[in-house]
Design a protein around this ligand. Sequence first.
Ligand code: ATP
Length: 311
Amino acid sequence: LLQLYAPLNFLGSIYSSIRNALVDLEHMFGLLEETVEVADPAAPLPIAARLHDAPPVSIEFRDVHFGYRRDREILHGVSFQTRPGHLVAIVGSTGAGKSTISRLLFRFYDVWSGHVMIDGHDVRDYRQDDLRAAIGVVPQDTVLFNDTIGYNIAYGHLDATPDDIERAARLARIHDFIISLPEGYNTRVGERGLKLSGGEKQRVAIARTILKDPRLLILDEATSALDTHTEREIQSALRAVSAERTTVVIAHRLSTVVDADEILVLADGLVRERGRHAELIAQGGLYAAMWAAQDTGTDPQQEAGREEETF
Ligand code: ATP
């Protein structure tokens, strides 16, 4: 039996390689379709990119319907409006559509119906490049290049001076960590260099965003639990970059949202509740239940994820 096992195992691994290759191809074609679908308008409107040059953006979702596949609508008429400069946190269980909202703001996809508006105009009225220059995204997991940490912060802003880089790193609360490294800003990071923790990588991404100086910031919070110190450092870095800037936080940990100017609670493809932390707690609805569950140590966001996996 053991003699049989090895070749079977080998065949199994070939099968899974082929399957993965097919999935990759599907992704590739998916991407090609997207490029065709999301097109620039014939007469694009101008949009200022940097907060240095123009006030923070206003955002509005007007009765947005959207799904990734025709047979499965994810957002069933999402509407909300935010004030320029506000920090808005989006909460909801796993798969509720939080990240989808950020992808639509960035116009990775076009909506089925309704409008995603920035500065009072549909995102389809702008050139994609202009829109994306005005938005800074701090993803859950930043990919680092096999280069120095200084290069990784400056990435995309090759005219940034060492002073600019250090200022951004200080604001992002990563400077002290960098100077504790043997070669400071010249320390090599990435796959072939020093491996940074999730929290450190996220602060590198925040420093990069400070250099970009976008009028809208989207932060996709890491799902993984962070230790209290790292959590505080990230909070402090986030405050620095989001001050005066319209910010959307895809919140995975409720501790982040307490100070938000507005919290949107997404459930069943709709915005079910909105308000500040204290208001939503007083309301005693979905948000209050999430908060209570987190206090007792059961995170409803994770619970929902587990349910989804079971079915
Ligand atoms: P999480 O908290 O787990 O990050 P989320 O609220 O951000 O979840 P989304 O990532 O917006 O959820 O996903 C919403 C739904 O859309 C999920 O059911 C997900 O499976 C589906 N979905 C997301 N991306 C795609 C995609 N590229 N193709 C098809 N379906 C997708």
